[in-house]
Design a protein around this ligand. Sequence first.
Ligand SMILES: Cc1cc2nc3c(=O)[nH]c(=O)nc-3n(C[C@H](O)[C@H](O)[C@H](O)COP(=O)(O)OP(=O)(O)OC[C@H]3O[C@@H](n4cnc5c(N)ncnc54)[C@H](O)[C@@H]3O)c2cc1C
Length: 381
Amino acid sequence: MNFLSPDQELWRDSVSRFMDERITVEYIRRCDIERSYPYEGYAKLAEAGFLRLLIPEEYGGSGGSVLDYALMCEGLGKYGFDFAAAVVVPTFTAMNIVHFGNAEQCATYLEPFMAGQRRFSISISEPSAGSDAAATRTRARLSEGAYVIRGQKLWCSGAAARDVTIAMLVRSDPDAAKHKGLSVLLVPNDTPGLDIRKLPTLSRRATGTTEIFIDDARVPEANRLGAAGQGWEIITSNLRLERVAISAAYVGNAQTVVDTALRYARERQQFDRAISEFQVIRHMLADMQTRVDAARLLVYRAADAVASGAACEREVAMAKLFASEALQDVSRNGMQILGGHSMLPEADMERYFREGMQCTIGGGTSQIQRTIIARAMLASN
Ligand SMILES: Cc1cc2nc3c(=O)[nH]c(=O)nc-3n(C[C@H](O)[C@H](O)[C@H](O)COP(=O)(O)OP(=O)(O)OC[C@H]3O[C@@H](n4cnc5c(N)ncnc54)[C@H](O)[C@@H]3O)c2cc1C
């Protein structure tokens, strides 16, 4: 059964070709080794119109479906999740601006985003607010038409790059209930009072993830997205889209892992034969491809469910859970099949393996996804 229309197949292939011909795995590897943000690659994506997908046509976007977006993310993740994150992370906030921004905010931010001139980061996590994301302590006080922000944020991906506006979850009303006293502020990353430090992480080395110390940073009240106290609703309303997007990118990378391992197993000779002749290697490859295919189907199903507007937390959590664990599993086996060679950066497998380790944590941990799935199962039975 083919789930994709001919146009969707064509779209998926053209993104994949773009990655091979215009971005290249060598470029992505170099950005990882140098821990440098992929400005050049990002500019190429913007120039080709990739950042316009999903944004409604009335704002100059090209519209498109959630599945179209997932197919793009699958292609962008082909040579590692970090590169795909350069697009997925800002698109999350761009879509929040589409849904919750006023006319002025849409006019100010959307076209520069689509043109590649304005990036977004999303800053929810804090030292004591991880899975319990609403435990936000960073405080924003209204004073003379401006929010004065003080606190500390953690793991804010992409925030140290050029021309970034951070969508920051803050506690704007300390007296309101936990989930009610939160707001989202649009904070340019060159605002005085912000000290943004890129962290020396195992993965996400190119786009980078950061800690932010905030000491009386001021932004105009007009930089608040949506209403005061609407922060939790804003952050969670697009989570399903975000999780489908990152899961699709995991699948794209997992497929490259299998292709790389297959190619190596065919070429590598030991005991006077290709190692692909050994049944144990064949079975590893068979299990790897089966897992990737299953992950892909779960992601397409979740994309379809999100597009339908139906309640689909369970389907989305299953896609995120399975695709992230599949990437970890196949990249671990990929390391084994490539043997000692796998340890070298030029083989790329060690990078896929490192990035896979992050995927069961970022975007909601595997434990949290299982909790969501079980909750939905129990509620419906
Ligand atoms: C590379 C990277 C990039 C990131 N980028 C961003 C970003 O751009 N913006 C942002 O805001 N955040 C970002 N994050 C943060 C990410 O969302 C959090 O790491 C994640 O939500 C988990 O929080 P934590 O790391 O504090 O772990 P914790 O919540 O402290 O969890 C520790 C362990 O306890 C388990 N656990 C916690 N609560 C429960 C529970 N209720 N039931 C069962 N098990 C539980 C977890 O599953 C985990 O195994 C990023 C993280 C990483 C690693």
